[in-house]
Structures are given as C-alpha cells and as structure tokens.
Design a protein around this ligand. Structure first.
Ligand code: GTP
Ligand code: MG
Length: 386
C-alpha cells in the first residue's frame, strides 16, 4: 500500500523530550502497531479511527471506510508518515483477520504469531549481512489485543493467545465497543481482566511509571490505571446535543464520543502509542522481545540455518488440500483413460490374433490345395511317360 504523507496535528514526536527525539530520529524511527483479536470487535474500525482522528487530510479515509463492514481476510499493512517539525516517523499499522470460534477456527490466530516471529527473523537475517544499510524493519512495537465487552472478561482461548503474544511483543489489552457497556460494568470488567492477567501470569506491556518530572509520573500513572483501555471506534462525524461535531456513535440517548475521556480511553491509548511511550515501546521491543527471540533462535540452530516453521498457516493448508484434491482427481482420470486404452489395445490384439489365426488357416488350406494340385500334376505326367 502506498504511504500516506501526513502531518500530525498535535500528536507526536515533537512532544518527546529532546534526548528521545534524537534516538528516534537516529534510528530512522519506524513504528509498527498491530491489532488482533476475535472477529467483529472493531479492529479495522479502530485503525480507521486512529487515522481519521490523528492524520490531517487522511486521503484513504473513504476507501477504508467503505471496507469497514467487510471481514478482514488477510494481514493488511497501512503505511503513513507522521511528520512534525523536523521529525518524521514511519508508521505501519497492521490489521489482521479476526479469530473465529473454538469449533471452526481454533488455530486461526497462529498466522499472527508466525507474522510476529517472521519480522524478528527477517530483521535478524538482515543484521547478519555485511552491509546493514537500508534494513527493512517491520518488527511490531505494540500489539493491541481486542477483548469483547461482556462480563466474562477473558475466555480460555484469549488467555492462551495472550500468553503467546506477551512473550513476543508489547501486548496492550483493549476492551472493544466500550459504548455498549455501562460505566459501572466497565469498571468491574476492567478489574476482572486485570485479575485474570495477574493470576495467569500474562505478560502485558507495563508502561514505565517513574520520571524526574512529577507531571509525567502522574500522567504515566493515569495511563497505567486505565489498562485495559476501553475504546470506541468510529469515523463518523456526529453532532452532540450541545452542538459539537465529534467523531462518535449516535444513539437515542446521546452520543458516545471517541475522543472524550469520560466516554472511553481512546485518547489515552493514542497518546501512549504515538506520543508518550513510543520510545519505550521501540526500545523494549529491541532490548527485550527481539533479544529474547535472537537468543532463543541462536541457541537452537546453527548460524545461517533457516527458521523452523512452528505453525502451519491454515490458509496455506486449505490451498494445499484443494490442490491435492485436484491432483488426485487428475491422476484418477488419467488412470481411467489409461485403463480404457489398455482394454482397447487388448481387444485390438485379440482381434488381430483372430485375423492372424484365420489367415493361418487360409494359408494352410491354400498349401493343402497347392499340394494336392502338385500331386495331381505329378501323377498326370507319370501316366504320359509310360
Ligand atoms: N458499538 C460499536 N460498534 C463498533 C465499534 N467499532 C466497530 N463497531 C462495529 O462493529 C462491526 C465490526 O467492525 P470491524 O471493524 O469490521 O471489526 P473487525 O474486528 O475488523 O472484524 P474482522 O475483520 O472480522 O476481524 C462494524 O459494524 C462496526 O461498525 C464500537 O466501538 N462500538
Ligand atoms: Mg477487520
């Protein structure tokens, strides 16, 4: 997908302390966010919302909006460039197909895990090359895991997936469709999710708290307290009862506003991602997740050896099965054709054999006739001589 050059309005990199600016710009700031979770929870809508609320003149908004109601069927990458003053960040946002239910799609989340590992792998290989310029880096710095807004909190499948994600990537749990749950129930749900995360030992991203600046520490505390972030996604502009134009979802009882802290944590999450914690997300990915991958892989295989495929992509498997079916069918048809041809040949051979027999018999008859004639002639001559 072609990158969209944008100028970020009020968000971003220029708000980072100077020291961090430098590190990010020196690294050529590449920042990658991924969304994943059950199908239909609003992942694609969230990405569209992030772009339309953060990026001035976002050109693809209409196109993406048209696609909003479609199920995402493959991993899709949208690239944008955040630009503020002198600083540029290449932003990659990765949308993934939603996971299905236990029965049909138990392993539909495996490609996401595979994708995360593949990015570490690709970076590691490029790092091993003599020239390290122009390295393409798509390692995921933040993975948002969408949780349905129902009272159970996390289901066993969520726990299993989140455990695996948490050891590979900065995992940020979010509660989807926060407008469909009362604020009281939301608080209960948040606590339930936090309890399960602790009890199950799921490794989620914990934003750093302490800072020399008291205000920053306070803001960090607010962000930490909000986890798991409740979000509302919408690219629609709606009018509030008091006449403001906002991005939100209109209901008979009023408007659920995307960028209102009283309604959801969208703004907090966006700030964490593209402003306050971008640097921390990048450095923890590098120092913790990438290092862990590198160490594990180096210990398990020889230098230069390629990565062992841990998971099969179910989509590829489906394709393979279909191809195998077509191939088996073709072989069967060929075999049938061959068998018919063989039978024809046998019939033809029998017919020829019969012909041959008949001709033999005929020849035999002719020979006998000839013999008789010859005999007869000899006898006639003998009679004359005498
Ligand atoms: N009430 C409410 N509905 C939402 C919200 N976000 C998205 N939706 C709706 O939920 C439906 C599914 O949204 P998508 O963004 O396509 O969901 P998805 O997670 O990308 O789905 P898959 O691609 O199948 O995984 C759409 O009808 C959206 O309009 C939200 O915050 N609140
Ligand atoms: Mg989608």
């Amino acid at each position: 997908m072609a990158p969209v050059t944008v100028s970020s309005d009020g968000i971003g990199i220029a708000h980072l302390p100077n020291q961090k600016h430098k590190i990010i710009t020196n690294l050529g700031a590449n920042f990658t966010i991924m969304v994943c979770g059950e199908s239909g929870l609003g992942k694609t809508t969230f990405i569209n919302t992030l772009f339309t609320t953060s990026i001035k003149d976002y050109k693809n908004a209409k196109r993406r909006h048209d696609k909003q109601l479609d199920r995402t069927v493959e991993i899709e990458i949208t690239k944008a460039e955040l630009e503020e003053k002198m600083f540029k960040v290449k932003l990659n946002v990765i949308d993934t197909p939603g996971f299905g239910d236990y029965v049909n799609n138990y392993d539909s989340w495996l490609p996401v895990i595979e994708f995360l590992d593949d990015q570490h792998e690709s970076y590691m290989r490029q790092e091993q090359q003599p020239s390290r310029q122009g390295i393409i880096d798509m390692r995921v710095h933040a993975c948002l895991y969408f949780i349905r807004p129902t009272s159970q909190g996390l289901l066993p499948l969520d726990i299993e997936i989140m455990k695996r994600l948490g050891t590979r990537v900065n995992l940020i749990p979010v509660i989807a469709k926060a407008d469909t749950i009362t604020s009281n129930n939301l608080l209960i749900l948040k606590q339930r999710i936090r309890d399960i995360i602790d009890a199950q030992g799921i490794n989620v991203y914990r934003s750093p708290l302490e800072s020399d600046d008291e205000q920053v520490t306070e803001r960090n505390q607010t962000i930490l307290d909000a986890m798991p972030f409740a979000i509302i996604g919408s690219t629609e502009s709606v009018t509030t009862p008091d006449g403001r134009q906002v991005k939100g979802r209109a209901y008979s009882w009023g408007v659920a506003e995307v960028e209102n802290d009283q309604h959801c944590d969208f703004k907090k999450l966006r700030n964490l991602l593209v402003r306050s914690h971008m640097h921390d997300l990048i450095s923890t990915t590098e120092d913790m997740h990438y290092e862990r991958y590198r160490e594990r892989e180096m210990a398990n295989r020889k230098f230069g050896e390629s990565k062992i495929k841990r998971y099969e992509n179910p989509k590829h498997r489906e394709k393979e099965d279909a191809l195998r079916k077509v191939f088996t069918e073709q072989v069967k048809q060929e075999e049938n054709r061959f068998r018919q041809w063989e039978q024809q040949l046998i019939a033809e051979r029998d017919r020829l054999n019969k012909d041959l027999e008949a001709q033999h018999a005929q020849i035999k008859n002719l020979e006998t006739e000839l013999d008789q004639l010859y005999h007869h002639q000899q006898q006639g001559r003998g009679t004359i001589r005498r």
